[in-house]
Design a protein around this ligand. Structure first.
Ligand code: SF4
Ligand code: SF4
Length: 296
């Protein structure tokens, strides 16, 4: 006689089947990489680049602050005095040796935060291919942007059309002291080939997707999310209507933007009220002030 299953175990098995069946009805989120690539997110952290000023001078002054702050101890910098007759950087010194060990790097961007001259930023290039440990150490030759200000196209990187457009974009994660009041304030110098970069969207809804060439993650994965993961205004027919209006916005400026603004205000308000389901709390007007800034 087989021993009957304990009720809890049976419940777990049925729960597993239920979850599988639920997922069968949802559209897949997997893509056939590398044939098909997802749009890159505004704050995707890829490999680093060393930037130049608009006149072609290197921004790195060899101060080693990035190496000092790196928690993985993967940056090695040596500075050297600038030759007086042909200076490499506008400072007294320049980065003579610059190496990053990508076997150690955790892409935390603390080096980017620490750099006083915005010399080091992270690109959105994320293909790495090493056959030995030495190849994982990128030298200045690989990291420094080209004469046109674009990252060097390394042989193993899979670049698609326009991959280089937003690839050395500003990747600083926070505003000074983390203050939301500084969001959108340009506090960096121009870059060779790009000039002064447009600020990226911060932690509020004020994203600039046109500037970064990216779609918000929520928009990319929306169809796969469960209703509870989505703000009420983005679900079902109302969400579909909003998406349609946003598309129509190109022909009738204002309609989609108004819907988006209303949806985001409602979402911010619901989060402020601690409602993770995104339902608008009763009595809330949907206004989102500075304190309503949330990361999406
Ligand atoms: S991203 Fe983080 S781990 Fe990588 S080099 Fe910079 S500080 Fe180090
Ligand atoms: S990248 Fe920035 S922090 Fe690092 S050595 Fe150069 S100037 Fe200093």
């Amino acid at each position: 006689m087989p021993t009957p299953e304990p009720p809890k175990q049976r419940q777990n098995v049925l729960g597993g089947f239920k979850l599988t069946l639920e997922h069968l009805g949802r559209p897949p989120v997997t893509r056939q990489y590398p044939e098909e690539k997802r749009p890159k997110q505004p704050r995707q952290h890829g490999r680093h680049v060393l930037n130049r000023y608009e006149d072609g001078m290197e921004k790195c002054i060899g101060c080693e602050l990035c190496a000092g702050v790196c928690p993985a101890d993967c940056i090695y910098v040596r500075g050297l005095d600038n030759p007086p007759d042909h200076p490499v950087s506008p400072g007294e010194r320049y980065g003579y040796v610059y190496e990053i060990n990508f076997l150690r790097c955790i892409h935390c961007d603390l080096c980017v935060e620490a750099c006083p001259t915005e010399a080091i930023t992270e690109s959105k290039l994320m293909e790495f291919s090493f056959t030995n440990r030495n190849d994982a150490i990128y030298t200045k030759e690989e990291l420094l942007v080209d004469d046109d200000g674009r990252p060097r196209r390394l042989a193993w990187e899979d670049w698609r059309d326009s991959d280089d457009l937003h690839t050395s974009g500003w990747m600083r994660a926070t505003s000074p002291s983390g203050a939301a009041a500084f969001e959108g304030e340009v506090q960096w110098s121009g870059e060779l080939g790009f000039g002064v970069r447009t600020p990226e969207g911060g932690q509020s809804g004020r994203r600039d997707d046109a500037a970064t060439g990216s779609l918000p993650l929520r928009q990319t994965l929306e169809r796969h999310l469960r209703p509870i993961d989505m703000p009420a205004d983005k679900r079902g027919p109302r969400g579909a209507l909003g998406r349609m209006l946003e598309k129509l916005d190109r022909f009738s400026p204002g309609a989609g933007a108004r819907h988006k603004e209303q949806s985001e205000s409602a979402y911010d308000a619901s989060l402020l009220a601690g409602d993770s389901s995104g339902r608008r709390p009763s009595g809330e007007s949907g206004e989102s002030g500075e304190s309503g800034e949330v990361d999406r």
